[in-house]
Design a protein around this ligand. Sequence first.
Ligand SMILES: Nc1ncnc2c1ncn2[C@@H]1O[C@H](COP(=O)(O)OP(=O)(O)OP(=O)(O)O)[C@@H](O)[C@H]1O
Ligand SMILES: [Mg+2]
Length: 362
Amino acid sequence: MDHGHMTDSETDETLSALPQTGEREVETTLRPRKLDEFVGQPRVREQLQLVLESARRRGVPPDHVLLSGPPGLGKTSLAMIVAAELDATIRITSGPALERAGDLAAMLSNLAEGDVLFIDEIHRIARPAEEMLYLAMEDFRVDVVVGKGPGATSIPLEIAPFTLVGATTRSGALTGPLRDRFGFTGQMEFYSDDELDLVVRRAAAILGIEIDAEGCVEIAGRSRGTPRIANRLLRRVRDYAEVRADGTVDREIARAALAVYDVDELGLDRLDRAVLTALCRSFGGGPVGVTTLAVAVGEEPGTVEEVCEPYLVRAGMLARTPRGRVATPSAWEHLGLTAPAGYGSGMGQPGPTLFDQQAFDQ
Ligand SMILES: Nc1ncnc2c1ncn2[C@@H]1O[C@H](COP(=O)(O)OP(=O)(O)OP(=O)(O)O)[C@@H](O)[C@H]1O
Ligand SMILES: [Mg+2]
């Protein structure tokens, strides 16, 4: 396969797990509203169901919930579902918006009993606001500091019992004290092809797109385990079907459309490919440390580690070994590159165990 022209911006956008400009609106239309409508994540769904049901029976707001996982897997959707399942009002803010503790104090003091406060990107919350949040989560209280200098006094302020739902793509970046204050953490996983198939069917039904079973399978398999991407690819395939055919999507149409958008069979995005290419081209396939690898692709190590690597590991392209990151033979093959002779066995480690994902996945 020719990947030489895959760095143009159109491709980046089509495959990125991050939401694109103007996409929020259609995402709202496609968001599942209730827990039964939420496809996949059976473990998180069951756990959350128990947390919510038990709180409902006891007549108290449920414990604070943290949802963590890569972009586009449904954290925001689940946060809204938590509120919907509780028949509660949801207040939405985000870590970067809570720059000063006063911003958070205002938000907290306006909560009514049983409200859900959703803080997206909670790992990006400023330190003073975070410290205020500790007390609020634990004792439903905030200390508001009035005045400055030696004359400053702190006035305790009661706040209504509420449930905090935090979402993060980087749970590793959360401080221990904050993480400990959540009663439940839902770790979102990439979706299987079968689950994505259901996501595509559901979205097609909502958007009124005619698509057959094979068309769904074709899109699901190239969606990088991510519902946001599945929904986006479906819309791009629909465009193609409407302009170049009679609007109905089957396997041929889906394949032709995805070829136009340079979506490869695994649906790897720009950063995925950049990481693999650097790993193979610049570091001979590794092992190389994640920081060095991140510098090579001009990204934050945290982003490479928590947004990009999980999918590459799951796709069998990259291994995290005690000595660093290693490209698997399938990575070389996928990039259309030739691994050095004896690759994977001549590196001072026995070949098979070097690529044994299970052994190194924590
Ligand atoms: N389980 C699901 N079933 C059906 N559709 C889903 C599911 N999860 C996500 N989606 C779809 O994917 C889109 C993105 O989901 P969402 O915004 O909840 O992801 P996120 O994890 O909050 O992403 P980010 O980290 O970028 O904030 C939604 O519009 C929704 O339509
Ligand atoms: Mg979100």
